[in-house]
Write a protein that binds this ligand. Sequence first.
Ligand code: ADP
Ligand SMILES: N[C@@H](CCOP(=O)(O)O)C(=O)O
Length: 324
Amino acid sequence: MKTTAPTTVGLPLIDAGQRVTVRVPATSANLGPGYDSLGLALALHDTLTVESLESAELVFELSGEGADSLPRDASHLVVRAMEAAFSRLGYRHGGLRITATNVNPHGRGLGSSASAVVAAVSAANAMVPAEGQRGRDWILQLTSEMEGHPDNVAPAIFGGLALSWQDSDQYRSTCATVAGSVIPIVAVPDFELSTEAARALLPASVGHHAAAMNSGRAALLIHALTQKPEFLLAGTEDYLHQSYRAEAMRPSAALIRALRNAGHAAVVSGAGPTVLVLANGEAEATDVLAFIESYTTANTPDIGWRVLKLAVDVEGAKVDLHRR
Ligand SMILES: Nc1ncnc2c1ncn2[C@@H]1O[C@H](COP(=O)(O)OP(=O)(O)O)[C@@H](O)[C@H]1O
Ligand SMILES: N[C@@H](CCOP(=O)(O)O)C(=O)O
């Protein structure tokens, strides 16, 4: 499908005939107590290819997740993010061909919107002349502003375990190395919950006791993820968001409770409703897969769950540029 692309009159045009491919990981944010600050990149990748056109058109070739429902016009998230990036870099495009192969499920808490904006901003940045291109910290800043929080975009950009924070209006992030025995497993239910709706369920403030308890667990979680995975169950206890959101994802909340009662470090992935389990080693991963299978068969027969044993992505967004 083709529609006419809007233009930003006055800014120099990027060269037509460029083609950029960005491969970007899914991400799981929060990891329990790391609300809006911790995120893990997962080896589940969307691929976006963008070509700059001579003609003022937007051309879409979408496949996989969202192919039947995403808009094919200037309101598409990739186009909006690219236009914001071009404009901040001081350029505009003539027209674009967007080819997206999406694997990351939408509205499930695996950072699909963050992956889309990271891919889009990375592609735009690669298409402007070399002297105008910016580094990954600039991409972090713009994409965090777009998402409103840095915890998904940071691991999508840098890979691995990202620890992010905000200094006034500046977003920052640093990476830690995840212990080799940690295996992320996700159980993705067949219903969606938008991040916006899940954020609206949170209270405006929490008590000092909850904040103090959460600080302790967030500190422990970093130690558990990087050096002492035997503390993952204790380190993934959250006091800031999961209980407030449980009503919007009852089957996920019940599965998390059952997994934790059985000793597994289960949390809400991002804003949900996907369940993330951080297993310590292959033997626990096998137990977790069997537990989820038998629990969901017995307790949530009407819900379809896609269960994936994944790896940590350590590369982050990978950008390839081909100039004509
Ligand atoms: N690859 C994509 N291309 C275009 N839009 C996308 C893409 N991925 C996600 N989106 C948009 O973002 C929405 C999901 O974002 P959000 O509610 O934050 O959930 P998630 O946890 O999946 O990021 C989708 O419904 C869609 O509108
Ligand atoms: N910290 C955010 C994370 C949202 O992640 P998503 O994958 O659900 O978009 C939140 O908890 O709202």
